[in-house]
Design a protein around this ligand. Structure first.
Ligand code: ATP
Ligand code: MG
Length: 363
């Protein structure tokens, strides 16, 4: 709950102009272009109401300078029916806004940690489902390892974890162990340390979990694994711009995100949304990958990348053998290391490594 100066007593009636009512309405205003609202992003720092004049303070993280004006107008429009005489929206930088009173909500960013043994955590995301995020995440991690980097994989797709199948480690749930200090010990698949939400779900069905439950589970999971020393931890995300990427970014410092798209325009539109979400979370977008290039067309990845002003990391051809390799748990980079598809993953991994500051030293 955001801070309010004149609420916290009885619930406000639907048409009453109170700070509490204003907060309720702020919970219905999505961050521009995304599905999540301002309150769940942790952006609402203070609300006050005095003589029908409303002041809202937002702590904002964005590099898009059209966002403040768009937010202000969305808030004015939404509050209009309450009979406000003025609405002032103040935008402040998150770091410079210590909570103004003891009723302040905990800042969801305040307990973000840097994983002690991991240099870089990168997320592989996409707005759209089924574009090949998991396939790309797995093969990029293996390709990074082929380049000599210490890579690991975290399957944060709480709604549909697929890394156990893609890595041939479906018995993981029965093998996973906790360390003495209550950390999850990663398993190993094709030489990579990995862990999947799928090992812990049991009969639970996160599809019906409420946002705060998802958020708590993701935070615990992201911080609770005893990773060995890693150069890069690749995180496979569920599709969309919902609770999981938000909670992940609040839980651990991310070095960047890789956006996966397919050639069709609908996938490209969703990829843009995902990129905008990462920007709002101050996670640098390392670049865009076009997957299943060829059959559905070509070029969307490059054009999305140039629109966003981020590198195009490369395309991966549509290759029917990839499906079977995924089903068998032997990723393409391992199954056919010399194939055009594996080499495409290698090139992308090299670009990702370069974006994180590594350079090949072997010429
Ligand atoms: N380059 C490719 N060529 C052919 N098929 C591919 C390619 N990449 C992925 N696939 C197949 O597409 C399907 C979806 O891939 P994947 O599960 O990696 O997508 P996803 O984006 O992670 O999906 P979800 O949104 O469900 O998490 C799988 O059957 C996979 O084998
Ligand atoms: Mg997936």
């Amino acid at each position: 709950m955001p801070i309010s100066s004149d609420s916290a007593v009885a619930p406000a009636a639907a048409d009453e102009l109170t700070a509490e009512r204003v907060e309720q309405i702020l919970k219905t205003i999505p961050y521009p272009g995304l599905t999540r609202d301002l309150v769940s992003f942790g952006m609402v720092r203070h609300v006050s109401v005095c003589d029908r004049r409303v002041k809202v303070q937002l702590a904002l993280r964005t590099s898009d300078d059209t966002i403040p004006a768009r937010l202000t107008s969305a808030i004015e429009t939404a509050l209009g029916p309450l009979g406000t005489t003025s609405v002032a929206v103040e935008i402040v930088a998150p770091a410079s806004t210590p909570a103004p009173n003891r009723h302040a909500p905990p800042d969801p960013w305040s307990d973000q940690v840097r994983l002690a043994t991991v240099r870089h955590v990168i997320a592989v995301g996409a707005g759209k489902g089924g574009v090949g995020k998991s396939t790309v995440a797995v093969n990029i991690a293996l390709a990074l390892a082929r380049e000599g980097l210490r890579a690991g994989l975290l399957d944060a797709d709480i709604y549909g974890p697929s890394l156990p199948i893609l890595l041939g480690i479906e018995d993981g749930a029965s093998r996973v162990r906790m360390s003495a200090d209550k950390h999850i010990e990663p398993l190993e698949a094709h030489g990579l340390p990995m862990i999947s939400f799928g090992f812990f779900l049991g009969e639970g069905s996160p599809a019906i979990w409420r946002g705060p439950m998802v958020s708590k589970a993701v935070k615990q999971f992201a911080r609770g694994v005893a990773w060995p020393a890693l150069d890069v931890l690749v995180v496979d995300l569920p599709p969309g711009t919902g609770d999981v990427p938000l909670s992940l970014a609040q839980a651990v410092a991310l070095s960047g995100a890789v956006i996966v798209t397919q050639p069709p325009r609908v996938a490209a539109a969703e990829a843009r949304k995902a990129a905008e979400m990462f920007r709002a979370l101050e996670v640098p977008v390392l670049g865009v990958v076009e997957n299943m290039s060829g059959v559905f067309g070509r070029g969307a990845g490059r054009s999305v990348a140039s629109e966003l002003g981020v590198p195009f990391l490369g395309d991966i051809p549509f290759d029917p053998a990839v499906v079977d390799e995924g089903d068998r748990g032997t990723p393409t980079v391992v199954a056919r290391p010399a194939s055009a598809t594996a080499l495409a993953f290698d090139r992308i991994a090299t670009s990702v490594a370069a974006a994180l500051g590594w350079q090949r030293t072997d010429g």
